[in-house]
Design a protein around this ligand. Structure first.
Ligand code: SF4
Length: 324
Protein backbone atom coordinates (compact mmCIF):
# COMPACT_ATOMS: atom_id res chain seq x y z
CA UNK A 1 0.00 0.00 0.00
CA UNK A 2 1.23 3.46 -0.94
CA UNK A 3 1.39 5.63 2.20
CA UNK A 4 0.92 9.29 1.45
CA UNK A 5 2.98 11.96 3.14
CA UNK A 6 1.12 13.73 5.95
CA UNK A 7 -0.34 17.06 4.85
CA UNK A 8 0.08 19.95 7.32
CA UNK A 9 -1.46 23.39 7.14
CA UNK A 10 0.88 26.03 8.63
CA UNK A 11 0.58 29.74 9.34
CA UNK A 12 2.35 31.49 6.46
CA UNK A 13 4.43 33.77 8.69
CA UNK A 14 6.17 30.66 10.10
CA UNK A 15 9.05 30.69 7.68
CA UNK A 16 7.12 31.09 4.40
CA UNK A 17 6.54 34.82 3.97
CA UNK A 18 7.08 38.13 5.74
CA UNK A 19 3.36 38.62 6.20
CA UNK A 20 3.07 39.59 9.86
CA UNK A 21 1.45 42.92 10.72
CA UNK A 22 4.94 44.45 11.09
CA UNK A 23 6.27 42.91 7.88
CA UNK A 24 8.27 40.25 9.70
CA UNK A 25 8.52 36.50 9.34
CA UNK A 26 9.18 34.01 12.17
CA UNK A 27 11.99 31.50 11.55
CA UNK A 28 10.59 27.97 11.84
CA UNK A 29 13.43 25.42 11.54
CA UNK A 30 11.25 22.50 12.65
CA UNK A 31 8.71 23.17 9.88
CA UNK A 32 11.62 23.39 7.41
CA UNK A 33 12.76 19.98 8.57
CA UNK A 34 9.25 18.56 8.35
CA UNK A 35 9.01 19.70 4.74
CA UNK A 36 11.25 16.79 3.71
CA UNK A 37 8.72 14.29 5.08
CA UNK A 38 5.35 16.03 4.79
CA UNK A 39 3.44 18.09 2.26
CA UNK A 40 3.15 21.55 3.72
CA UNK A 41 0.55 24.08 2.72
CA UNK A 42 0.38 27.56 4.21
CA UNK A 43 -2.13 30.33 4.67
CA UNK A 44 -2.22 33.85 6.09
CA UNK A 45 -5.88 34.48 7.02
CA UNK A 46 -5.28 38.20 7.61
CA UNK A 47 -3.81 38.70 4.14
CA UNK A 48 -6.60 36.53 2.67
CA UNK A 49 -9.28 38.86 4.06
CA UNK A 50 -7.60 41.77 2.32
CA UNK A 51 -5.34 43.27 4.97
CA UNK A 52 -2.05 44.44 3.57
CA UNK A 53 1.50 44.10 4.84
CA UNK A 54 2.46 45.96 6.96
CA UNK A 55 -0.87 46.68 8.65
CA UNK A 56 -2.24 47.94 11.91
CA UNK A 57 -2.45 45.05 14.40
CA UNK A 58 -5.78 43.46 15.20
CA UNK A 59 -7.20 42.60 18.58
CA UNK A 60 -9.90 40.31 19.98
CA UNK A 61 -12.45 42.29 21.98
CA UNK A 62 -14.46 40.31 24.52
CA UNK A 63 -17.87 41.55 25.61
CA UNK A 64 -19.56 39.00 27.85
CA UNK A 65 -19.83 35.89 25.62
CA UNK A 66 -19.19 37.71 22.35
CA UNK A 67 -15.81 38.00 20.67
CA UNK A 68 -15.06 40.53 17.95
CA UNK A 69 -11.99 40.91 15.78
CA UNK A 70 -11.14 44.59 15.46
CA UNK A 71 -8.27 46.43 13.78
CA UNK A 72 -6.58 49.15 15.82
CA UNK A 73 -6.81 52.82 14.70
CA UNK A 74 -9.33 52.19 11.89
CA UNK A 75 -11.54 50.25 14.38
CA UNK A 76 -12.73 48.11 11.47
CA UNK A 77 -14.78 45.14 12.67
CA UNK A 78 -13.27 42.17 10.82
CA UNK A 79 -15.27 39.47 12.63
CA UNK A 80 -17.65 38.50 9.85
CA UNK A 81 -14.99 38.64 7.15
CA UNK A 82 -12.66 36.39 9.12
CA UNK A 83 -15.40 33.94 10.10
CA UNK A 84 -16.65 33.64 6.51
CA UNK A 85 -13.14 33.23 5.13
CA UNK A 86 -12.20 30.61 7.75
CA UNK A 87 -15.27 28.42 7.34
CA UNK A 88 -15.16 28.63 3.51
CA UNK A 89 -11.45 27.86 3.31
CA UNK A 90 -11.54 25.00 5.81
CA UNK A 91 -14.58 23.40 4.21
CA UNK A 92 -12.68 23.18 0.92
CA UNK A 93 -9.60 21.75 2.60
CA UNK A 94 -9.46 18.05 1.79
CA UNK A 95 -6.84 15.58 2.87
CA UNK A 96 -5.24 17.51 5.66
CA UNK A 97 -3.78 15.64 8.62
CA UNK A 98 -2.44 18.32 10.95
CA UNK A 99 -1.90 21.99 11.73
CA UNK A 100 0.98 24.14 12.98
CA UNK A 101 -0.34 27.59 13.76
CA UNK A 102 1.15 30.78 15.16
CA UNK A 103 1.15 31.05 18.93
CA UNK A 104 -0.93 33.87 20.46
CA UNK A 105 -2.12 35.28 17.11
CA UNK A 106 -5.65 36.76 17.29
CA UNK A 107 -6.27 35.02 13.96
CA UNK A 108 -4.24 31.80 13.88
CA UNK A 109 -3.73 30.77 17.52
CA UNK A 110 -5.38 27.57 18.74
CA UNK A 111 -5.00 28.81 22.33
CA UNK A 112 -3.48 31.67 24.34
CA UNK A 113 -4.56 34.53 22.03
CA UNK A 114 -5.24 37.52 24.26
CA UNK A 115 -8.78 38.86 24.67
CA UNK A 116 -9.24 42.48 25.74
CA UNK A 117 -12.28 44.30 27.14
CA UNK A 118 -11.86 47.23 24.70
CA UNK A 119 -9.49 48.86 22.21
CA UNK A 120 -8.22 51.15 24.96
CA UNK A 121 -5.03 50.33 26.78
CA UNK A 122 -6.29 47.73 29.23
CA UNK A 123 -5.30 44.49 30.93
CA UNK A 124 -6.18 41.20 29.23
CA UNK A 125 -9.67 39.94 30.11
CA UNK A 126 -9.19 36.37 28.91
CA UNK A 127 -7.31 34.01 26.61
CA UNK A 128 -8.34 31.44 24.03
CA UNK A 129 -8.07 30.56 20.37
CA UNK A 130 -7.91 33.16 17.62
CA UNK A 131 -10.65 33.30 15.00
CA UNK A 132 -9.05 31.09 12.34
CA UNK A 133 -7.61 28.74 14.99
CA UNK A 134 -11.04 28.33 16.56
CA UNK A 135 -12.51 27.40 13.17
CA UNK A 136 -9.72 24.83 12.65
CA UNK A 137 -10.49 23.20 16.03
CA UNK A 138 -14.22 23.13 15.23
CA UNK A 139 -13.85 21.79 11.67
CA UNK A 140 -11.16 19.20 12.45
CA UNK A 141 -11.83 18.13 16.05
CA UNK A 142 -9.10 16.00 17.58
CA UNK A 143 -6.70 16.40 14.62
CA UNK A 144 -3.02 16.99 15.44
CA UNK A 145 -2.78 20.76 15.97
CA UNK A 146 0.04 22.65 17.63
CA UNK A 147 1.71 26.03 17.88
CA UNK A 148 5.28 26.56 16.75
CA UNK A 149 6.57 27.50 20.21
CA UNK A 150 5.20 24.38 21.94
CA UNK A 151 6.87 22.19 19.32
CA UNK A 152 10.24 23.21 20.78
CA UNK A 153 9.31 21.04 23.77
CA UNK A 154 10.55 17.49 23.23
CA UNK A 155 7.53 15.64 24.66
CA UNK A 156 4.98 17.82 22.89
CA UNK A 157 6.88 17.52 19.59
CA UNK A 158 7.14 13.73 19.85
CA UNK A 159 3.44 13.42 20.70
CA UNK A 160 2.54 15.64 17.73
CA UNK A 161 4.70 13.61 15.33
CA UNK A 162 3.34 10.27 16.52
CA UNK A 163 -0.23 11.47 16.17
CA UNK A 164 0.40 13.10 12.79
CA UNK A 165 2.17 10.18 11.11
CA UNK A 166 -0.19 7.53 12.55
CA UNK A 167 -3.24 9.53 11.56
CA UNK A 168 -1.93 10.11 8.02
CA UNK A 169 -1.21 6.39 7.66
CA UNK A 170 -4.75 5.62 8.75
CA UNK A 171 -6.09 8.02 6.10
CA UNK A 172 -4.16 6.13 3.42
CA UNK A 173 -5.67 2.88 4.74
CA UNK A 174 -9.17 4.36 4.69
CA UNK A 175 -8.72 5.46 1.08
CA UNK A 176 -7.94 1.92 -0.08
CA UNK A 177 -11.40 0.81 1.10
CA UNK A 178 -9.98 -2.62 1.85
CA UNK A 179 -10.68 -4.47 5.09
CA UNK A 180 -7.30 -6.21 4.93
CA UNK A 181 -5.50 -2.86 5.09
CA UNK A 182 -7.40 -1.94 8.25
CA UNK A 183 -6.57 -5.31 9.82
CA UNK A 184 -2.87 -4.75 8.98
CA UNK A 185 -2.95 -1.20 10.30
CA UNK A 186 -4.43 -2.29 13.60
CA UNK A 187 -2.00 -5.13 13.95
CA UNK A 188 1.05 -2.90 13.21
CA UNK A 189 -0.09 -0.23 15.66
CA UNK A 190 -1.10 -2.49 18.55
CA UNK A 191 1.79 -1.63 20.85
CA UNK A 192 1.55 2.08 20.06
CA UNK A 193 -2.17 2.03 20.87
CA UNK A 194 -1.47 -0.02 23.97
CA UNK A 195 0.82 2.76 25.18
CA UNK A 196 -1.71 5.48 24.45
CA UNK A 197 -5.05 3.99 25.43
CA UNK A 198 -5.45 0.33 26.26
CA UNK A 199 -9.25 0.50 26.50
CA UNK A 200 -9.58 2.08 23.06
CA UNK A 201 -7.05 -0.36 21.60
CA UNK A 202 -9.26 -3.29 22.65
CA UNK A 203 -12.39 -1.52 21.39
CA UNK A 204 -10.69 -0.89 18.05
CA UNK A 205 -9.65 -4.55 17.86
CA UNK A 206 -13.31 -5.59 18.28
CA UNK A 207 -14.37 -3.14 15.58
CA UNK A 208 -11.85 -4.60 13.15
CA UNK A 209 -12.86 -8.16 14.00
CA UNK A 210 -16.55 -7.41 13.40
CA UNK A 211 -16.15 -5.20 10.36
CA UNK A 212 -18.05 -7.67 8.14
CA UNK A 213 -21.20 -7.12 10.23
CA UNK A 214 -20.76 -3.36 10.66
CA UNK A 215 -19.61 -2.60 7.11
CA UNK A 216 -16.18 -1.15 6.26
CA UNK A 217 -17.32 2.46 5.91
CA UNK A 218 -18.93 2.59 9.34
CA UNK A 219 -16.03 0.62 10.86
CA UNK A 220 -13.51 3.13 9.46
CA UNK A 221 -15.56 6.01 10.82
CA UNK A 222 -15.75 4.56 14.34
CA UNK A 223 -12.12 3.46 14.20
CA UNK A 224 -10.97 6.97 13.24
CA UNK A 225 -12.88 8.53 16.11
CA UNK A 226 -11.32 6.08 18.61
CA UNK A 227 -7.88 6.64 17.07
CA UNK A 228 -8.12 10.39 17.56
CA UNK A 229 -9.50 9.90 21.05
CA UNK A 230 -6.55 7.64 21.90
CA UNK A 231 -4.13 10.47 21.12
CA UNK A 232 -6.01 13.09 23.13
CA UNK A 233 -3.44 12.81 25.88
CA UNK A 234 0.21 11.90 25.68
CA UNK A 235 1.06 8.34 26.78
CA UNK A 236 2.28 8.14 30.37
CA UNK A 237 5.70 6.86 31.48
CA UNK A 238 3.99 3.89 33.11
CA UNK A 239 2.22 2.95 29.86
CA UNK A 240 5.52 3.04 27.97
CA UNK A 241 7.14 0.90 30.66
CA UNK A 242 4.26 -1.56 30.29
CA UNK A 243 4.84 -1.77 26.51
CA UNK A 244 8.61 -2.20 26.89
CA UNK A 245 8.11 -4.95 29.49
CA UNK A 246 5.58 -6.62 27.20
CA UNK A 247 8.16 -6.51 24.36
CA UNK A 248 10.87 -7.81 26.67
CA UNK A 249 8.69 -10.90 27.18
CA UNK A 250 9.41 -11.90 23.56
CA UNK A 251 13.14 -12.45 24.16
CA UNK A 252 13.89 -12.27 27.91
CA UNK A 253 14.32 -16.07 28.07
CA UNK A 254 16.94 -15.92 25.33
CA UNK A 255 19.23 -13.38 26.93
CA UNK A 256 21.52 -13.51 29.95
CA UNK A 257 20.28 -12.50 33.39
CA UNK A 258 22.74 -9.59 33.37
CA UNK A 259 21.13 -8.27 30.21
CA UNK A 260 17.64 -8.48 31.72
CA UNK A 261 18.78 -6.59 34.81
CA UNK A 262 20.55 -4.02 32.57
CA UNK A 263 17.24 -3.39 30.76
CA UNK A 264 15.40 -3.22 34.09
CA UNK A 265 17.90 -0.59 35.28
CA UNK A 266 17.25 1.41 32.10
CA UNK A 267 13.52 1.17 32.78
CA UNK A 268 14.09 2.53 36.30
CA UNK A 269 16.14 5.41 34.87
CA UNK A 270 13.41 6.16 32.36
CA UNK A 271 10.82 6.08 35.16
CA UNK A 272 12.92 8.60 37.11
CA UNK A 273 13.11 10.87 34.02
CA UNK A 274 16.87 10.29 33.66
CA UNK A 275 16.69 8.55 30.26
CA UNK A 276 14.66 9.44 27.17
CA UNK A 277 12.22 6.88 25.77
CA UNK A 278 14.09 6.92 22.44
CA UNK A 279 17.19 5.44 24.14
CA UNK A 280 15.13 2.67 25.70
CA UNK A 281 13.42 1.93 22.41
CA UNK A 282 16.79 1.74 20.68
CA UNK A 283 18.03 -0.91 23.12
CA UNK A 284 14.88 -3.00 22.61
CA UNK A 285 15.21 -2.59 18.83
CA UNK A 286 18.72 -4.01 18.93
CA UNK A 287 17.29 -7.23 20.49
CA UNK A 288 14.44 -7.30 17.96
CA UNK A 289 17.05 -7.30 15.19
CA UNK A 290 19.26 -9.81 16.99
CA UNK A 291 16.43 -12.31 17.52
CA UNK A 292 14.62 -11.46 14.30
CA UNK A 293 11.23 -11.13 16.00
CA UNK A 294 8.81 -10.49 13.15
CA UNK A 295 5.90 -9.32 15.29
CA UNK A 296 7.96 -6.66 17.07
CA UNK A 297 9.69 -5.70 13.80
CA UNK A 298 6.30 -4.85 12.35
CA UNK A 299 5.30 -2.62 15.27
CA UNK A 300 5.11 1.11 14.57
CA UNK A 301 5.84 1.69 18.27
CA UNK A 302 9.57 1.33 17.65
CA UNK A 303 9.65 3.92 14.85
CA UNK A 304 6.33 5.80 14.81
CA UNK A 305 7.69 8.57 12.57
CA UNK A 306 10.81 8.99 10.40
CA UNK A 307 13.91 8.63 12.57
CA UNK A 308 15.44 11.71 10.88
CA UNK A 309 12.82 13.85 12.65
CA UNK A 310 13.81 12.66 16.10
CA UNK A 311 15.66 15.37 18.01
CA UNK A 312 16.25 15.38 21.72
CA UNK A 313 16.49 19.19 22.03
CA UNK A 314 13.99 20.50 24.54
CA UNK A 315 13.11 24.09 25.38
CA UNK A 316 10.74 23.01 28.17
CA UNK A 317 8.20 25.49 26.78
CA UNK A 318 4.49 24.82 26.83
CA UNK A 319 4.50 22.47 29.82
CA UNK A 320 2.15 24.83 31.65
CA UNK A 321 -0.55 24.27 29.03
CA UNK A 322 -2.74 21.21 29.56
CA UNK A 323 -3.28 20.95 25.83
CA UNK A 324 -1.84 17.49 25.22
S1 SF4 B 1 -0.31 34.62 12.52
FE1 SF4 B 1 -1.63 33.98 10.87
S2 SF4 B 1 -2.69 35.83 10.27
FE2 SF4 B 1 -0.96 36.47 11.48
S3 SF4 B 1 0.64 36.85 10.00
FE3 SF4 B 1 0.86 34.76 10.67
S4 SF4 B 1 -0.26 33.60 9.14
FE4 SF4 B 1 -0.92 35.69 8.96
Amino acid sequence: MQTEKPVILCSRCLGFDSCRYNGEMIPAPFIEKLAGFCRIINICPEVEIGLGVPRKPIRIIQKKDTLKLVQSESLRDLTEKMENFSSGFLKRLNDVHGFILKYKSPSCAIHAAKYYPSMEKSPVSGKGPGFFGKAVLATFPGYPAETENRLTNFNIREHFLIKLFTFAKFHSVKKTDKAKQLVDFHSRNKLLLLAYNQKNMREMGKLVAHQKNTGLKETNKRYESLLLDSFKKNASHNSHINVIQHSLGYFSRDIKRDEVSFINNLLAEYKNRKLPLSALRMVIRSYIVRFDIDYLKSQSYFEPYPAELAEVSDSGKGRDLKHI
